[in-house]
Write a protein that binds this ligand. Structure first.
Ligand SMILES: CC(C)(COP(=O)(O)OP(=O)(O)OC[C@H]1O[C@@H](n2cnc3c(N)ncnc32)[C@H](O)[C@@H]1OP(=O)(O)O)[C@@H](O)C(=O)NCCC(=O)NCCS
Length: 152
């Protein structure tokens, strides 16, 4: 498993991975290209046997890093790939002097909420009926430095 910056040739794989998770926003290749042009935005690819199997996009806006999108190929779930992607995000956050990581997640996305809680995130707010289908959003935050978070 290699975690690295995403390249243009990864984007078709990311689109296919996201399609496996219909409640995600379904970014097109063009959106990934636009993100690549945004100096605050970072997309990471998790590669297995030369093929992307997961990705994470986030924005660095000191003092916060914000997760936009994370998705793992269904055939590779529960193999700690998202954990590794988040560990790499924490490296970027640390280098860029970000003290916390924030995100927004569907309130009915139990696997993701469970994953984020394991990573030290707590719920700090909600946005009722935030999504097009009237689904609620939860706002979550974690300390960028996991060690500091777990000592508290
Ligand atoms: C959420 C997601 C990114 C997790 O990816 P993953 O690589 O399978 O997660 P990991 O293997 O690193 O899981 C780490 C821990 O998170 C928790 N977790 C992950 N998936 C879980 C699930 N389906 N149910 C309960 N807990 C879960 C567990 O504590 C897990 O540790 P364990 O396997 O030792 O019990 C993945 O399920 C996914 O791509 N979901 C669809 C896209 C999505 O919802 N993205 C979030 C949008 S905000």
């Amino acid at each position: 498993m290699i975690i690295r910056r995403a390249r243009k040739e990864d984007y078709p794989y990311f689109v296919l991975i996201e399609k496996q998770h219909p409640l995600l926003p379904q970014w097109s290749e063009n959106i990934f290209i636009k993100e690549n042009d945004n100096p605050h935005s970072v997309t990471l690819s998790a590669e297995e046997n030369g093929k992307p199997v997961a990705f994470l996009n986030f924005i660095i806006l000191r003092p916060e890093a914000e997760i936009n999108l994370i998705a793992v190929d269904k055939a590779f779930l529960r193999q700690k790939i998202a954990t590794k992607l988040l560990a790499k995000l924490r490296e970027y956050a640390k280098k860029n002097l970000c003290s916390s990581i924030i995100l927004e997640v569907r309130a009915d996305n139990a696997p993701a909420i469970s994953f984020y809680k394991k990573e030290g995130f707590h719920i700090e707010g909600s946005r009722p009926k935030f999504y097009n289908d009237n689904g609620d959003a939860l706002l979550m935050r974690a300390a960028a430095n996991k060690e500091i978070q777990s000592e508290k």
